[in-house]
Design a protein around this ligand. Sequence first.
Ligand SMILES: [Fe+2]
Length: 133
Amino acid sequence: MGFDQYHEPPEELPAETRTFARLCASLEEESQAIGWYQQRLAVEPDAEARAIMEDAQGEEFKHFAMDLEFLLRRTPRWRQIAAGVLFQDGDIVEHGEAAEAASEDGDGDDGRGGSAPANDGSLGIGSLKGEGQ
Ligand SMILES: [Fe+2]
């Protein structure tokens, strides 16, 4: 990927923004690898080869999850919206719309996506599902 993750001159970006961009690029790469393994598994008839690829895909699931968690910890509004969507039963689009609207109403953080992690464990959207963090 090289330096493609930057859309502004890197020397003008704060270090925390460069780190954020690196993790966004990593998240993309892990997602792409997951998709590639999914395709390979769909066509591979050899059971031993499949077992190796399934193990490798599991590693990519872990890497994706760790990248995502890092980014969510650094972006309170993203975390708030994600909490309203992820691991919820029901209509995904409805949950997304409700979580986005709640984030715009100032229900939680200031909505500007600052770099400080949420420190009280509350996402301010407990009323959506009543699920604790
Ligand atoms: Fe990976």
